[in-house]
Design a protein around this ligand. Sequence first.
Ligand SMILES: *Cc1c(COP(=O)(O)O)cnc(C)c1O
Length: 392
Amino acid sequence: MSFPRIQPPQRLLMGPGPSAIHPSVLAALAAPTVGHLDPYFLKIMDELQSMLRQVFQTSNPMTMAISGTGSAGMETCVVNLIEPGDRMVACINGVFGGRMAEVGERLGAEVTRIERPYGEVFSPEEIRDVVQRVRPKALGIVHAETSTGAWQPLDEIAGIVHDSGALLIVDCVTSLGGVPVEVDRLGIDAAYSGSQKCLSCPPGLAPVTFGPRALEAMDRRTRKVSSWYLDVGLLRNYWGSNRAYHHTAPINMNYALHEALRLALEEGLEARFARHMQHHRALKSGLAAMGIEYSTAPGCGLPMLNSIRIPEGADDVAVRGQLLNQFGIEIGGGLGPMKGKVWRVGLMGETAQKSSVLLFLAALEQCLNTQGLCPSPGAGVAAANEEYLKQR
Ligand SMILES: *Cc1c(COP(=O)(O)O)cnc(C)c1O
């Protein structure tokens, strides 16, 4: 029996990730594979680390790409900093904060969960209360909650967490490359991300960075890290100056991330953040003109992940199916308690462009018409265009 060559359809990736990928990043995946200790690859790793420090806005030497997706980055931070029996606080206002708690619990940590309703964020007071009450070894929080579209302010949080003697772990999977992630200025001790959100690379690598307090905590461990694969002590020997074999790095994925980071830095971080904001504003105006509301609490919406309420009378699955089949557009459905209630429209990395916004608004109008819903014709596209005119 033989199988046809793979021939994936062209999609406009407007979901919660993966996002659209620049052709030069795809070309990097097809470049010749070299060995994982080849001098050429070692040079690529050095450059990759240097570019990751720039996007994380840190000088942390221990900054690298974990072989695995964003969840592997999460697991790396938690298993290296927390030992069985340690106290940990997980801030849960969506699916990913819940996942961090789950990782800690599986490790045997004593996890305290604090919760906010989906779409809301935590206040500095809530963080102060919990760290003073629990005295944890670490507190984990999500910067950009992709399941709800909420943007957690971090400014005051690191100081509060450090005053209690704890470490701050931040999930930057969706924020990195889309909004500022200022690891050093904010005092984040450990942060992890993923390649396929605002960095616009295929899924498969998880950038991580560890500051001095985190490294000290690892040095003080009394037990080996429970995961051999994700043990930063061992990985340091490969990503650091020893270059000792640990596991075979996914060579071509690292090429791709190198190219994606190169493009991001060539654009400039500030320009990239402004671009995400500009297209988010146009999308938001367009949706408002169509009578569609955001599900995220006012004032804390992310630019790259737009969580919107499914209009009364619209069929969730039918609309997403029509967007995909007739227009090649992928958007996300709701996760967890948001299932069937929201759509998640991503404007991540390469996807954040005028063409995505305008096509999506026009296509969504068509799909709503199919459902017998008739927002005032052309209003979405017109409002987005008006916003673009204002931005000139
Ligand atoms: C996507 C995502 C993850 C998980 O990353 P995977 O690449 O799916 O493993 C974790 N946290 C947040 C906030 C995410 O958006």
